[in-house]
Design a binder for this molecule. Sequence first.
Ligand SMILES: [Zn+2]
Length: 136
Amino acid sequence: MNNDLLLELISKAKEIAKQNFCCKYSNFTVGVALLCQDGSIYTGFNIENHGIESICAERATFAKALTDGHKEFTALAVVGKKLDEEKFNKTLPCGYCRQFLSEYTKPDFKIYTYDDNEDKLYSYTIAELLPESFKL
Ligand SMILES: [Zn+2]
């Protein structure tokens, strides 16, 4: 992926995370930007409730893209921070989302996160984040 597109993904993930009004339980906002194979980009944030399972930003965003008919995906940028902080921390998908991603992407699907404190980009594949995933 070229650097401009990667920076755009990170920027869009931060932008949507700052708009999050649905994380009042954790006060931790997560924003993601999902790049589909056709070049379109979807964004989303975590949507919490006090029931058993909230909806992570990753799955919220995939739900938007999948229900619009997208089936092939290239990369995902994930960022997260506490609401009362300015800087984003290194944030990666939870275990549940890793399994979800492994079922809707190819093993070389890229996941990026950015840490403002370290000023550092991290890059993984879903196969690296979830080796030996559950398969039927
Ligand atoms: Zn998750």
